[in-house]
Design a protein around this ligand. Structure first.
Ligand SMILES: NC(=O)c1ccc[n+]([C@@H]2O[C@H](COP(=O)([O-])OP(=O)(O)OC[C@H]3O[C@@H](n4cnc5c(N)ncnc54)[C@H](O)[C@@H]3O)[C@@H](O)[C@H]2O)c1
Length: 289
């Protein structure tokens, strides 16, 4: 039986680990070939280590195990020329482009010594990086192509965008993710006549490095000196209406797959929460945000 994205090629940013790797594997399971990029280097303001070249090689191994082709390139989404070169390399090997998954992201929530550059770095990666991925892909997108952007429920939580106590890094993160909502709607509108779709997925907590790091643990449990995963899980669980601390990467990948496949051919400009009901817990619910 043909896969749900059989014969399509997907360009995925931040694909060395976490959600990006999971998207690469899930799309490959359903018949897609993959162009995978990742910075594979540290960004100084980010309090937890970003992915490595070994991580990106592991993604390649997992996709190849599924008998799909993959081109991996080390590239920084903040640098449009690097992304252009990465995509060109992928296109030379795989021939065409059908799916863009703009997923790379950082959360520079510096503990102790926040700096305005945290805001700048968050916006550069989480907003400009998405726009760069879209920009380089645009000339190659044909009818039925699909752009899937990773947002965050942070885009919809007032506290994460306008609360100075959150610090410049998380303010930048929230503002970037919120701005992506308007950006994606405009883009969807202008691409609709060409039958190209643009949708945003907004995850709640996901079981990845972005969530599991000492900085975030300390923010959730300031009462403890070295909080562990067990210490923070009850606090993480408070976010969702369903009693879980976080969703798994495959839960986001399944939504990516739907938007990437022709099953969603007339669905565009959507903001899809994969959040185990977390926004339902906000006063007034999501419809009043
Ligand atoms: N984990 C969560 O709780 C959560 C919740 C909501 C939204 N998100 C979003 O999900 C997306 C994926 O994050 P994740 O949870 O898999 O975390 P992650 O840290 O495991 O993965 C992010 C990947 O992006 C890469 N990356 C970072 N900056 C880059 C750059 N400038 N250029 C290229 N690659 C870069 C990293 O190296 C890493 O491989 C992000 O956009 C994030 O904001 C995460």
């Amino acid at each position: 039986m043909a896969g749900r994205v059989e014969g399509k090629v997907a360009f995925i940013t931040g694909a060395a680990r976490g959600q990006g790797r999971s998207h690469a594997v899930r799309l490959a399971e359903e018949g897609a070939d993959i162009i995978a990029v990742d910075i594979c280097e540290q960004i100084e303001s980010n309090p937890y280590p970003l992915a490595t070249e070994e991580d990106l090689a592991e993604t390649a191994k997992l996709v190849e195990k599924l008998d799909r082709r993959i081109v991996t390139v080390k590239a920084d989404v903040r640098d449009r020329s690097q992304l252009q070169a990465a995509l060109d390399e992928g296109l030379a090997a795989l021939g065409h482009l059908d799916i863009v998954v703009a997923n790379a992201g950082i959360l520079p929530m510096a503990m102790g010594d926040p700096h305005a550059s945290d805001f700048v770095d968050a916006v550069d990666v989480d907003l400009v990086g998405v726009m760069n991925a879209v920009a380089v892909s645009m000339p190659h997108l044909g009818k039925q192509a699909s752009v899937v952007i990773t947002g965050s429920t942070a885009a919809m939580l007032p506290n994460t965008t306008d609360n100075p106590a959150m610090g410049p890094g998380s303010a930048g993160y929230g503002w970037a993710k919120k701005t992506l909502m308007g950006y994606s709607e405009q883009l969807a509108l202008h691409l609709a006549p060409e039958f190209i779709r643009v949708n945003v997925i907004h995850p709640t907590n996901v079981n990845t490095h972005l969530l599991h790091n000492d900085g975030l643990y300390s923010m959730f449990r300031p009462d403890l000196e070295n909080p562990t995963r067990e210490d923070v899980e009850p606090a993480f669980t408070m976010f969702q209406a369903m009693p879980i601390p976080y969703v798994e990467t495959v839960d986001i990948s399944n939504a990516v797959l739907f938007f990437a496949s022709d099953e969603s051919r007339y669905i565009t400009g959507q903001q899809l929460r994969v959040d185990a009901g977390s926004l339902l817990k906000m006063p007034g619910g999501p419809t009043n945000m």
